[in-house]
Design a protein around this ligand. Structure first.
Ligand code: ATP
Ligand code: MG
Length: 575
């Protein structure tokens, strides 16, 4: 026998296999590390993007929230400098109100920061909380009245002495109350109910008896009959900067800080807050605060303990001035202001009132209706408004023949290029960023009115106009001329018949024609008749009276007279 041992080649040795295994292991590990890293990176990127979105939202919200009062403040400041006698009182009020609002806003943001870093301390006093809440509620009465909302206050006990931090309670309560009013449509109700709950009967049925005897809580319920919050949004509303409706058409103003701050404050006070809501039925916030009686007892000298705690609710008292009919001549151009913030509207009024007749619409929808109805000479519109935003207003009005010719200025707190382009794309004629200078506004207005004169020049020679541009004004005049031409020999064809044929009201037609041609409707009809007459004189052998009848004049003498007025020569000579 010959024993032959075949040795494996080096790549099949035990050593080689060990190395293979090691290499595969290493490779696997590296791959795993790589994938893990990638996942981290993706997550990180997502997180950054989310953060970025939150930031952008914050910036747009905050800047809008700041710019609006700033517009009023800086504008009114200038007004006062220009004419101290006239504006000092009214302007002073507006400035005070709006700067208080700004201050409140800044304080809220700072409070949130302080809460975060844990440096906000509770300062208890012992006093009657029921009367304190009633007192806080008072500052909301005028706000609610303006919106035709009824406020109801119900307390189980007339008086309830306990520890509380007036400043924190003020923040919590006013935030919830202002939300309730803000998100409840006109004619609704807001109920506040204060109850003492002995030992939390509803919550721990499991019978933690020792808690029961010691921990009684105060319940404050704030219920409204407003728009409600969709169920899927409920978990988010306490998030910072979260707003259920964050479109530019959202109702009311706000930054989405209110509830976040409220929740943090309630937690700081060792309480709980919960919410129930049904869309279009209403919302109820429920706050539970532990009751203790340890703090320094205070007599009910309100102002001493509560100091300046009373809320500076934003009151929409702008109405009064706006309703005051501005005493300007009827010949001044008619301007429509579409702006939801009464103070800003008031300020714009003050800039324009001696040169324009002014109308005010509180939101986009009302603005559109009023524009159709009155056909103003110029429109100044905010962008962020309830119901319909400025872009929609622009688009709707520019596409409707009744209002397509009206220049529109968009006024907005969003000053970036994109919004500007967006505005222009929707047909705005100019775009002004808040806060704006009154001079700038006036110059813009003059420019636009100037532009309209050019338009009038273009349409002056109404009959020779045969351009094929397809623009809405051309089409309108073409149609108008056609209708008149079709009825030219009918002497009874007048304004009424024309309105019916075109489908516009008398005022609408009048203001439209006036804007385009600077002529009244009857003069416009006449000028078309006369132009036709001139054409007939040149192209036919008919005599003057025949031509007069032909173009709808029953009296040849009158015809001769107006013809001479229009063209400077009598018909016979024209021929
Ligand atoms: P602000 O910072 O000025 O309070 P905000 O009111 O928009 O701004 P929050 O108070 O934090 O912000 O409220 C967050 C969102 O929750 C609101 O934007 C609103 O959509 C919704 N919300 C709050 N309260 C109510 C309510 N009573 N009814 C309906 N929706 C509400
Ligand atoms: Mg709020």
């Amino acid at each position: 026998t010959l024993e032959i041992i075949i040795r494996p080649p080096w790549w099949q040795t035990v050593w080689a296999y060990t190395i293979y295994a090691f290499l595969i292991g290493l490779f696997g590990y590296l791959l795993y590390r790589y994938l893990l890293n990638r996942q981290f990176e993706l997550q990180e990127a997502n997180r950054l993007r989310e953060l970025d979105e939150v930031k952008t939202k914050l910036y747009t919200n905050i800047s809008h929230e700041f710019r609006t009062p700033l517009t009023v403040i800086s504008g009114m400041g200038q007004k006062i400098l220009e004419n101290p006698k006239k504006w000092s009182i009214e302007g002073g009020q507006l400035i005070t109100r709006n700067s208080n609002y700004l201050l409140q806003l800044v304080n809220q943001i700072l409070d949130l920061r302080k809460l975060e870093s844990g440096s906000l301390k509770v300062q208890h006093v012992q006093s009657d909380i029921v009367s304190y809440l009633q007192y806080l509620m008072q500052s909301f009465h005028s706000l609610a009245e303006n919106k035709d909302i009824r406020l109801h206050f119900y307390a189980e006990e007339k008086e309830l002495v306990m520890d509380f931090d007036p400043n924190k309670i003020q923040h919590i309560f006013t935030n919830l109350l202002s939300n309730a009013i803000k998100y409840t449509p006109e004619g609704g109700d807001v109920y506040v109910r204060v109850e003492k709950d002995e030992g939390g009967r509803a919550r721990d049925e499991g019978g933690r008896a020792k808690d029961r005897s010691t921990r009684s809580t105060l319940q404050i319920k704030i219920r409204d009959t407003g728009i409600g919050i969709p169920e899927d949004q409920l978990p988010h509303i306490f998030d910072r900067f979260y707003q259920v409706d964050d479109s530019s058409t959202r109702k009311g103003e706000g930054t989405g800080i209110g509830l976040a701050l409220t929740k943090e404050l309630v937690q700081l006070l060792k309480g709980e807050i919960s919410v129930k809501s049904q869309v279009n039925k209403g919302t109820e916030f429920n706050i539970q605060l532990p009751i203790s009686n340890e703090g320094p007892l205070q007599e009910t000298a309100r102002d001493q303990i509560w100091g300046t705690a009373a809320g500076t609710a934003k009151e929409g008292t702008g109405k009064n001035l706006l309703n005051k009919s501005t005493a300007v001549a009827d010949t001044n151009p008619l301007a429509l202001i579409i702006e939801d913030n009464a103070d800003v509207a008031k300020y714009i009024f003050s800039c324009l009132e001696d040169r324009y007749q002014l109308l005010w619409a509180k939101n986009g929808r009302q603005g559109i209706d009023m524009a159709f109805e009155t056909v103003p000479d110029i429109i100044i519109s905010d962008v962020m408004m309830p119901e319909k935003d400025g872009f929609e207003v622009c688009q709707t009005l520019k596409q409707d023949v009744r209002t397509s010719h009206i220049p529109i200025i968009l006024l907005t707190a969003k000053a970036d290029m994109d919004s500007k382009l967006e505005g222009l794309r929707h047909g705005a004629d100019a775009y002004l960023a808040k806060p704006f200078e009154p001079k700038e506004l006036n110059i813009r207005l003059e420019q636009l009115i100037e532009l309209r004169k050019k338009l009038q020049d273009r349409y002056r020679n109404t009959t020779s106009f045969k351009q094929q541009s397809g623009n809405i004004e051309d089409e309108f005049l073409k149609q108008l001329n056609q209708v008149i031409q079709d009825n030219i020999s009918d002497e009874n064809f007048g304004i009424q018949q024309l309105c019916r044929a075109i489908g516009l009201s008398r005022t609408q037609l009048h203001r439209k024609i006036k804007a385009l041609t600077n002529k009244s409707t009857s003069i416009y009809i006449r000028s078309i008749r006369l132009a036709k007459a001139r054409e007939l004189l040149k192209s036919t052998k008919l005599n003057v009276s025949e031509i007069a009848y032909e173009v709808g004049f029953s009296n040849p003498v009158y015809f001769t007279q107006v013809f001479s007025e229009e063209f400077g020569v009598p018909p016979s000579e024209m021929r």
